[in-house]
Every structure is written in C-alpha cells, then in structure tokens.
Design a protein around this ligand. Structure first.
Ligand code: AGP
Length: 609
C-alpha cells in the first residue's frame, strides 16, 4: 500500500512530487523519497519517517528538473530505513524505480543478479527491479520494462526514470493500482487519484499487464504482449475526501473490499512452488525446537483475540499441540504456566496494543519464544518478538478491524500447516487439500462481496433493534464473537455472541418476539445441532438470519433468511463467514447514521492499559 507519484512536463518537478506525496498521507507510511535528473545525473533523496523529514532535507535546494518520481513506503520486505526507502537504483545510477506491491520471486532473481555481478544495498524486494532493467536495457526503456515484467511474479505498480531517456517515464501495472493524469503539455502518474485532482480530472486507469510511456506531450500504452492499447479517458468526479477512500463512502468499506487483495498478498511467497507445504522462513526455529514445543499460548485483544480463537482451534487440530488462549489484559495477571518449552503467539494489527505488548514481555520474562503476527513492520511488538509473521493487509485506517482479521486468520492457517508439517501430524494429502483451498479464498471473498444483497433487507427490517444475538458452534462460535464485536462497536446495537449450545443455560430468557439472531451454520459435523438451536430461538419468535455453505438447503426450512457462502474446507470457513457479518455491521451503522470509521469512545490502537 505504498504511494506513488510521477510528473513530466515544463514545471519544476520537486514541489509537484512533494505535494502529491502529501495527498497520499492518509495511506500511512514510514519513509519517502524522490528521484529526478539534475546535472546529467539521477539524484535520489529519501528518508525514513514522515514526509516532513524529506521536505526538510530538500528545503532551500534549487532544483531545475521537470521530470521525476516520488514514493511513500508502507514497509513489507525490509524494515523502515533510509536505505530501504524508495526510489531504488541500479549499480550505475542510470535507472531509478519506485514500486508498490510484492515481488514474490525476488529472492531467486536477486541471487541471479548477484551472480551476474550486481551489488545490492537494501533488504527490499523492489531493488531487483532497477538491476533487472540495467541487465536487460539495450536502448529502449519501454521494451526493457516489458521484458522485466515477464521475469517477475507478484503484484506491482512501478515507475521508471532513466538517465539515458530523460524525456519519458515508463510505468507498469499488475494487481496494484496505477493511474495516469492527463494534463496540457504535461502528464502525471499516481497510485491514487487524490494525488492528481489538483492538476487534472482526466485520467487513464491502467489495467493489469499494461505498460505506459509518459512524455509531456502524450501517453502511449501497450499490453503485456507489446500491442498498442487504445485507452478511454476516465473523468474523475470524486472530491478529494471521496478519492482517498477509493470512491467508497468509508475507509471501513474500502478495507472490506480490499480483503481479496490482502489475502492474496499475505499468502504470497509462503507456499512452496509444488503447493505441498507452507514455507515460513520468518520462524527461525529448528525442526527439533518445533517438535519440542510442549504448549502454545495465544494472547491478543479484541478482533485479534478472535483471530487467535480460530488459531487455537486450527493449531490444535493440525499440529496436535495444546493451545491456551488469553485476552492479553488477563494473561499476565493469571500467572500463566509459560516456560522455555512454550511458544507464545501474540496477534496485533497495530503492533502497539499495550496489553498485548505486555503479554509479549511477560512471556519473554518467563523464558518463552514469542512469535508476533502483526500488520505494521517495525512496530513495537514486531521489534520485541523473536519471530514475526506479517500480515500484508496494507494500512488499516478504520477503527473496526476487517482485513486485518482475515489476514490474521490466513497467518493462523499458515502457522498450523507449518507446525503440522514439521511435527508430522497432518497427512500430506490433507495438507495439500487445505493449501489448495487456501489459495481459492481470495476469489471466494470476491464472490461474497458481490452477493450480499440479502443484508440490505435485514438492515431495513432491523436497523432499529437495540439487541442482537450471534450464535454458532465450534469455529462458527469464534466468528460469531467477531460478528458481534463488529456490530456493537460501530452501530452501537447491544450485540452478544453465544455458543449455540449455551442458550438454554440462561440467554434464552432474552430471546423474545422479533429479536434478531444471526446463526452461523457452516460446520457440517455440528449442522444438525445448529438446526435445533435455530428451532429453539424460532420457538421464541426470534427472527433468524442464517449463514450456511452453498448447497445446504435444509437450513431454509428453519431460518427466516439464509445467506449462503461458497463451499470451502470447513476449517477455512471463518475467512468467508466473517465477510457478510462485516458488511452487516457496516450497513447497520450507516443506516443508524453512526460514525463508521471513528466510532464513539474507541481508538484504532489502544496504546494504554
Ligand atoms: C476491532 O475492530 C477493534 N478495533 C479492536 O478490538 C482491536 O481489534 C483491538 O484493539 C486490538 O488491536 P490490535 O490488533 O492493533 O492489537
């Protein structure tokens, strides 16, 4: 989720680049940089920290360049630092490249380039790009970039500045957004429209595989086969605030819709080419150490805790290791039996939650190894953990956590499969089957996002409710907890989750005519039990919206509304089941005119105990 800007035209480029990067500030970032051609050299200025740090670095300098590129970095590979900031250059400083995305096969490419004599300075995946361009360049930058795109795998929006071709910028796009801004005698590039709006509303939206050559007088686009592409002008009607959300009304909705991309990115590079096993180079434990783990503890807060509940279930099921899970604010006060044979997994989107950081420190004090699952590179929790498994969800801005949750689940599956493989507790055929299904989750989330109209009806009928119950069994119960949290924290409806079998032990007293009950029934082995529980609440005249897998028809005989999700392995169902619940919470909050992105009393990161 980095920010990209580029300009070529008659005006001094530096203020245009800096202002463009400023407009991308909402994306969150940890470093920034620009590259331009001055005195027949490519000059690169880049600094860790906020954009102001770079601006101060450039203050007072006179630049005459009228073409250049700029970048704000949201670190994925390589911690935030001056040297890891973009732009990156080749050995001779003839090419500068900025990039948003993940080059999945950067390690073998880097090894090959080093064997060809290239020297690397950073820890990033991006730096392979300028060196590949340097290796392949024979005088035509567009053809060189086309050749490079055939060598790399993964997602990219890249822009290249070449010393030998100062009159053009070349850009390429695959799975990461890139927009060309069309000016009069000048042209622009940006990863997001807000960076363009003060210059132009006429744009070309680059599609996957396309490569654009941008000069002051024109833009030509070719496809992945080198064939010319006739682009239609897309006239942007959004105002800046709307554009920051990619056209969505709220960051939360934008982030719900970013989940397919986030899931794909979080999985990328972590499955071996044969699809047989998970590869987690981040967990630097020997197989012996992994086989000697006596107990695993998971500790987190809020939504991250709910992801940990799924993790407990998955790791015990796959790796056959006992797992205890605690809310972080309770963990260290119960004198947990953590010792040197324990592995503690802390989960935190922000990597700054005080209670979770305290759980990490308590675990280390007791001699345990700590694995952090977090979304923010170089966050406090990342810095203090022994091992880090990053979710590649990109900045999550809405207080209500959505894409962080589903990518945390992805990490739980990866950890479970990885431990099971080394401990020999899961047959290879089962492992392959689950990996195959993991790879399909991204597309299945897309299907759900395009088929949730039933929620609108439910919202119309129940936006006025003051109570709601979420019930489920097994993994569905853990997702019911997440669904209840989403609904209560942004719509202010008093929502509670219950293990469905628990209703008759008290809660049933609250089930009265018309109260909405969301029943999750994706777990085949518990389905009949869930049907009985739905009948229980129906007998008290509750209104039930049930979630079940495609093809499960009998549920329609008992529930008032049924929302089907695409079939998947039962262990993976939480990734899909949660999406309608996120949308339900979102639409309820909108219908109740709540502040969706900044709900009352809450903060995005709770850095106090
Ligand atoms: C979730 O929607 C809430 N915003 C909150 O529960 C959050 O998950 C919790 O505060 C933990 O935050 P973290 O993942 O950054 O540690």
């Amino acid at each position: 989720m980095c920010g990209i800007v580029g300009y070529i035209g008659p005006r001094p480029v530096t203020p245009i680049l800096l202002d463009g990067l400023k407009k991308l500030e909402y994306r969150g970032y940890d470093s920034s940089g620009i590259a331009l051609i001055e005195n027949n050299r490519i000059e690169v200025y880049k600094r860790q920290g906020k954009l102001e740090v770079l601006r101060e670095e450039l203050n007072g300098r006179e630049f005459y360049a009228t073409a250049g590129i700029g970048h704000t970095r949201w670190a994925t590979h390589g911690k935030p630092s001056d040297i890891n900031a973009h732009p990156h250059t080749d050995c001779q400083g003839r090419f500068a490249v900025i990039h948003n995305g993940i080059i999945e096969n950067y390690l073998p490419l880097k090894e090959w380039l080093i064997s060809m004599g290239h020297g690397f300075r950073s820890e990033t995946d991006t730096e392979v790009l300028p060196h590949l361009i340097e290796e392949f360049y024979e005088g035509d930058l567009v053809q060189t970039v086309l050749r490079v795109t055939r060598k790399i795998e993964g997602s990219y929006a890249m822009v290249v500045l070449a010393l030998d071709e100062p009159g053009r910028l070349v850009a390429a796009r695959q799975d990461s957004p890139l927009v060309v801004g069309l000016g009069d005698g000048e042209n622009f590039l940006a990863s997001d429209i807000p960076a363009l709006l003060c210059h132009t509303r006429n744009t070309y939206i680059l599609e996957d595989g396309e490569i654009a050559e941008i000069t002051p007088d024109g833009v030509t686009v070719i496809d992945q086969y080198g064939r010319p592409v006739a682009k239609n002008v897309f006239h942007v009607k959004w105002e800046a605030a709307q554009a920051e959300k990619g056209g969505f009304d709220h960051f939360m909705l934008k982030e719900i819709y970013e989940q397919p991309r986030a899931l794909k990115d979080t999985l990328s590079g972590r499955i071996d080419p044969d699809g047989a096993r998970v590869v987690l180079s981040e967990i630097k434990m020997t197989p012996e150490q992994i086989r000697n783990i006596k107990k695993i503890f998971i500790s987190a807060c809020g939504t991250a805790y709910h992801a940990g509940l799924v993790g407990k279930y998955i790791i015990e099921k796959m790796a056959r290791v006992p797992v205890e899970i605690d809310i972080a604010s309770e963990f260290r006060y119960r004198d947990p039996l953590v010792d040197k044979d324990s592995l503690v997994i802390v989960v935190s989107q922000s990597g700054e939650t005080a209670d979770t950081l305290a759980a990490l420190r308590e675990s280390k004090r007791r001699g345990a190894r700590v694995l952090a699952v977090t979304n923010v590179v170089d966050s406090s929790i990342a810095r203090e953990a022994d091992y880090i498994l990053y979710t590649w969800a990109g900045p999550e801005i809405a207080v209500a956590s959505t894409k962080a949750y589903t990518t945390q689940l992805m990490c739980m599956y990866l950890i479970g499969l990885y431990l099971a493989d080394i401990r020999g507790t899961l047959p290879e055929a089962d492992r392959r089957e689950i990996i195959k299904e993991l790879r399909k989750l991204s597309d299945k989330v897309k299907v759900i996002l395009n088929n949730c109209s039933i929620i609108d009806q439910f919202v119309r009928d129940y936006a006025g409710s003051e109570n709601a119950f979420f019930i489920g069994r097994g993994l569905d119960h853990t997702v019911a907890m997440e669904g209840a949290l989403k609904l209560k924290e942004i719509s202010y409806i008093h929502a509670e989750a219950y293990a469905a079998g628990e209703l008759k032990h008290g809660t049933l007293a609250l089930i009265i005519k018309g109260v909405p009950v969301i029943a999750l029934a994706t777990q085949q082995d518990l389905f009949e039990k869930m049907v009985s529980n739905i009948k229980e609440v129906k007998a008290r005249e509750a209104t039930v919206i049930a979630l079940a897998m495609d093809g499960v028809r009998e549920i329609e005989k008992v529930a008032d509304h049924v929302l089907h999700i695409p079939r998947t392995h039962p262990l993976l169902a939480p990734v899909l089941t949660v999406v309608p619940l996120q949308l339900l919470a979102y639409r309820m909050a909108v219908a109740r005119s709540c502040d969706v992105d900044q709900p009352r009393n809450l903060a995005k990161s709770v850095t106090v105990e």
